[in-house]
Design a protein around this ligand. Sequence first.
Ligand code: NAD
Ligand code: UD1
Length: 341
Amino acid sequence: MNKSSTILVTGGAGYIGSHTVVLLIEAGYNVLIFDNFSNASKESIKRVEKIVGKSIPVVEGDIRNREDLKKVFENHTIDSVIHFAGLKAVGESVEKPLKYYDNNVTGTVTLCEVMSEYGCKSIVFSSSATVYGDPHTTPIKEDFPLSATNPYGRSKLFIEEILRDLYISDNTWKVILLRYFNPVGAHGSGTIGEDPNGIPNNLMPYITQTAVGKLSCLGVFGDDYDTHDGTGVRDYIHVVDLANGHLKAIEKIDGINEVLTVNLGTGKGYSVLDMVKAFEKASGKEVPYCIAPRRAGDIAKCYADPSYAKEVLSWEATKGIDEMCQDSWRWQEANPKGYAQ
Ligand code: NAD
Ligand code: UD1
């Protein structure tokens, strides 16, 4: 894509989407956000506009609604789509599988149908390291066996397969599947960041909300895993590094001749207690914790082999654990209630 291209960003008001929109606009792309605000606030877009110093076109709509999408393609020439829109709560997906298959899978099928109708055949999709299930070894390479342990993960696997089938049926499609490891951190300004609904499921927002006094104590889910300190090990990646991976994908997408499937991780694994210690150092705040039982479905270790991303996208993560913690804390301290001020 050249820098004057127009990129449709589905889910662009959300956590990873908003950070990616900042980088796309700073790089000179025209951006259009499409979001139904089911898990985002309009305030996030106002904050992004403040960072980039200009207003951003936003369409409020649902990827399952053909008419909402058609209006976008009718009124704009879209060169490529970065497709973040989706539901992501693993526990909820177990309770409400049809909601997840409808939103994530049906939504993606509808999006691709409308794209095809309007001759836009270029898509970057948000996949997840969850598609590796419980990996037999680490670091994880892209050709490892795939599996899923819950409907959320299965929705990602299905969408990957659907997009591969689409390419087989018509190889003029350009498809990049990005498998994210564990995004954390926030924009350096401290004005946009992760703002989960209710009690966070994920580690970093739980830590920051404990540090800010919103939650009283972090439960560490298991200390008897086969890891250096017994707690679960993950590949935490700064959200700005992750966002930058999307820019690299958009730069490369016109030249690809296969479905490109790429891990976006740092290649480094940190345990829950490593994260607690790093966060305490970065914030100067104590994070009270207690050891709790293992969480069902959790695995001991998950971290990427990120070498393929370097080879094909010329991308690698640049921000370390200290910066991840400092930026998460800057956002949380300045916005104790997230976007709801
Ligand atoms: P998020 O919930 O902050 O962002 C998703 C956005 O999509 C939200 O703004 C939401 O309102 C919107 N959305 C959801 N369903 C929609 C629909 N039907 N129509 C239009 N908009 C809709 O989540 P995020 O952390 O920014 O994740 C973005 C993508 O990356 C998701 O697809 C997620 O599954 C994937 N992912 C996230 C992580 C993570 O840990 N955050 C890890 C791996 C993959
Ligand atoms: C979770 C999702 C996964 C998704 C990934 C990236 C689950 C079961 N899995 O994975 O599908 O792709 O996020 O967004 O939700 N932990 C605690 N206490 C807490 C929270 C977490 O000890 O309160 C531990 C976990 O046991 C794990 C680590 O912290 O070892 C990271 O947890 P989390 O942030 O939820 O991410 P994942 O488990 O990797």
